[in-house]
Ligand binder design. Structure first.
Ligand SMILES: Cc1cc2nc3c(=O)[nH]c(=O)nc-3n(C[C@H](O)[C@H](O)[C@H](O)COP(=O)(O)OP(=O)(O)OC[C@H]3O[C@@H](n4cnc5c(N)ncnc54)[C@H](O)[C@@H]3O)c2cc1C
Length: 377
């Protein structure tokens, strides 16, 4: 049995804790903020479960599987419908009464022809990148879901399972540095551990590892980039998107999702719009891109004005983030065990995995938790 210390109670950290504990290790999780779930959570406000931007769940993916397996109580989920997804300038992905367009779009999605606007839009919605085709089938095969309990409910299932098996999660505790005995916290306390799992995001992990082995850290983390997004989440007492569940503006990397239109059990009110603009903005026909988050936010608001007319007058509650990291290393090249000889394993959406986003976080966390022995001295 090893003493395992997990840094970060996001989806990767919680998943790692579940598997490490199931494999007989003594596990403690520390989290710098006051809440668990990291970016994969939501807050219940005025009858809405507000997330950090649109979060869509892959049916039977690692996150879905783990949540299902951990609790007998099933959660219900509803899939996005292709006849309710509008790609701006190109109509619905499956337009009613237009058989030839339905056939053309279905063919394009099957062939993953990246020059086709529907394929690029589908790729954006499924991965938040118009160039990543690896998850496109989740949309075309109706596997892109919204659950009825919000992401706080899903992260809560992981936390409840940990509580049941007696794993301690300490919030408001920040890890400052790594040492051969374990970690040092911001309150000066030391925690001894045989194995440390870094599930605290790419930037913090890199910073902590640089003090352990600068050269290897530079090599391991070289050439990586992160993609940020701006988001607006609003709970409304109106339904401004009418029949649409999702609107995608691929050129400007912008989307509005109406969670309530997809999963009616999420709220009894009008609609829950989750709007996102990712990365730079293509403002004109040239390649001028504006990276400033203020520009992004302004564009997002004007997009909502154009597509969800009157939304400002119907706000019950809202949550905005001008800048949030959506992808740290979409290519997933970093080996989670690159520092295992030092008793350190890495987990997170940025660690090598066959999956992306929350599924990569959960998958890499579980792999870390199952393989503590690889890092034990
Ligand atoms: C706008 C947006 C939309 C998204 N959409 C989707 C989607 O549709 N589908 C999907 O599957 N995924 C989506 N994601 C991605 C998903 O939210 C993330 O991939 C996932 O939550 C990452 O989990 P993680 O555990 O790797 O990292 P994080 O959630 O970042 O967790 C890291 C944790 O470590 C803690 N921490 C950091 N430093 C320290 C320290 N020094 N000491 C202690 N704790 C520390 C942080 O507070 C945090 O809780 C989206 C993300 C965003 C931002």
């Amino acid at each position: 049995m090893a003493r395992v210390l997990i840094v970060g109670a996001g989806l990767a950290g919680l998943s790692a804790a579940i598997d490490a504990s199931a494999n007989g290790h003594h596990v403690v999780v520390v989290e710098r903020s006051s809440t668990i779930g990291g970016r994969g959570t939501s807050q219940n406000k005025e009858g809405f479960s507000l997330t950090f931007g649109p979060h869509l769940l892959q049916n039977k993916g690692p996150m879905w599987e783990l949540c299902r397996r951990l609790s007998k109580r099933k959660f219900s989920s509803a899939a996005i419908r292709l006849d309710k997804v509008e790609v701006l300038g190109h109509g619905m992905i499956r337009p009613k009464g237009n058989i030839s367009r339905v056939v053309e779009n279905r063919r394009a999605l099957k062939s993953k022809d990246q020059s086709h606007p529907i394929v690029r839009a589908a790729s954006f919605l499924t991965s938040w990148s118009p160039d990543y085709l690896g998850r496109i089938e989740t949309l075309s095969k109706s596997k892109l879901l919204v659950s009825n309990e919000g992401w706080i409910g899903l992260a809560g299932r992981l936390a409840a399972a940990l509580d049941e098996i007696g794993v301690l999660i300490e919030c408001n505790v920040k890890v400052e540095s790594l040492h051969n005995y374990g970690v040092k916290l911001n309150n000066g306390k030391k925690i001894e551990a045989d194995v440390v799992i870094l599930a605290c995001g790419l930037s913090k992990s890199r910073q902590l590892l640089a003090e352990v082995d600068q050269q290897r850290t530079e090599q391991t983390f070289s050439g990586l980039s992160k993609i940020t997004a701006s988001i607006i989440e609003v709970g409304l007492d109106s339904k401004p998107l009418r029949e649409r569940q999702v609107i995608i503006d691929t050129d400007n990397h912008t989307t509005i999702v109406d969670y309530t239109a997809i999963q009616s059990r999420l709220s009894t009110h009008g609609s829950h719009l989750s709007a996102i603009t990712v990365g730079g903005l293509k403002i004109d026909k040239g390649e001028t891109r504006f990276e400033s988050q203020e520009d992004r936010m302004e564009y997002l608001e004007s997009f909502l004005d154009a597509q969800a007319s009157g939304w400002r007058e119907h706000i019950i509650t809202d949550l905005r983030q001008e800048k949030i990291t959506i992808h740290e290393n979409l290519g997933n090249e970093i080996d989670g065990f690159a520092f295992s000889d030092k008793g350190i394993i890495m987990a997170g959406s940025w660690v090598q995995s066959d999956f992306i986003l929350a599924d990569a976080a959960v998958h890499s966390g579980r792999i870390a938790g199952k393989n503590i022995g690889k890092a034990q001295h």
